[in-house]
Ligand binder design. Structure first.
Ligand SMILES: C[S@@+](CC[C@H](N)C(=O)[O-])C[C@H]1O[C@@H](n2cnc3c(N)ncnc32)[C@H](O)[C@@H]1O
Length: 244
């Protein structure tokens, strides 16, 4: 459908009829040949911004999938890059892809839910790409508080999002239509497949981050054309003294 090595329409439909986790297990082998993998130019652009913020000892990629973000983080970290995802299938592909060992940083792939991170405060940096649609709006405060909990004071949460597209724009209308179809699917079928567009958007996400003790900087990523709306959010966790 997207690429000769990518999934067929039928395979995508079967995926969408499964749970989110099982759906990604089924898609894993072909995931890198879909547009759902975060495109490399976006990751490279994030990497350039990180170069000016680093160096980092430890980083975590939330909802790491097949490891696109981990590969970008690895040369920028001195000690450890952790990837966490709840799909075993996606983690297995990541493990296969990330065998290259010329970098200093160790890689750990952990199966788990990003709403309940199995770590204590330690990380210098957290990133997440292409996954906010899988976090229900009601779970966003928990997601952000988990990230705040596992970052050290001064640690950063860096991600890409956008503002709400103009109403009646093709992107807005497509997203609303897609969301309506997913609401209908999830009303009728169990287990749900959680995937909604237009979530974790600016400016609301900046307010959410502020409430969880982050200072927020928003940067235009400078893309033209289809990614021109992309904004890089750099959220820095306050130290306890700053918060008083
Ligand atoms: C569209 S993929 C993005 C993968 C990768 N970050 C990328 O940019 O290519 C979304 C990933 O989020 C994972 N995911 C969704 N909800 C999750 C959750 N609550 N906890 C852990 N992983 C989750 C899925 O298993 C899937 O691998």
């Amino acid at each position: 459908m997207f690429h000769p090595k990518g999934p067929s329409f039928r395979e995508l439909a079967v995926q969408a009829l499964s749970s989110t986790q099982r759906g990604y297990d089924l898609l894993a082998e072909k995931f890198d040949f879909t547009p759902f993998r975060t495109p490399q130019p976006l990751l490279d652009a994030v990497g350039q911004h990180l170069d000016a913020l680093g160096p980092f000892d430890t980083a975590i990629d939330l909802c790491c999938g097949t490891g696109a973000g981990i590969a970008m983080l690895r040369p920028r970290c001195r000690r450890l890059v952790v990837g966490i995802d709840f799909s075993q299938g996606m983690l297995e592909i990541a493990r296969r892809i990330l065998v290259e060992t010329s970098h200093k940083a160790k890689i750990e792939l952990v199966r788990g839910d990003v709403l309940s991170l199995p770590f204590d405060a330690a990380f210098d940096l957290a990133v997440s790409f292409g996954a906010f649609g899988h976090i229900l709006p009601k779970d966003e405060p928990r997601f952000v508080s988990e990230i705040a909990r596992v970052l050290r004071p001064g640690g950063r949460f860096v991600f890409i999002t956008t503002f709400l597209p103009p109403m009646l724009s093709p992107q807005y209308l497509f997203s609303r239509l897609f969301n309506a179809a997913m609401h209908a699917r999830n009303f009728l079928l169990r287990p749900p497949f959680i995937m909604y567009y237009l979530t974790f958007l600016l400016p609301d996400v900046a307010r959410l981050l502020n409430r969880h003790g982050f200072a927020v900087e928003v940067r235009d990523m400078g893309f033209k054309g289809m990614w021109s709306a992309a904004r890089l959010v750099i959220a820095t966790k306050h130290s306890p003294i700053e918060r008083q």
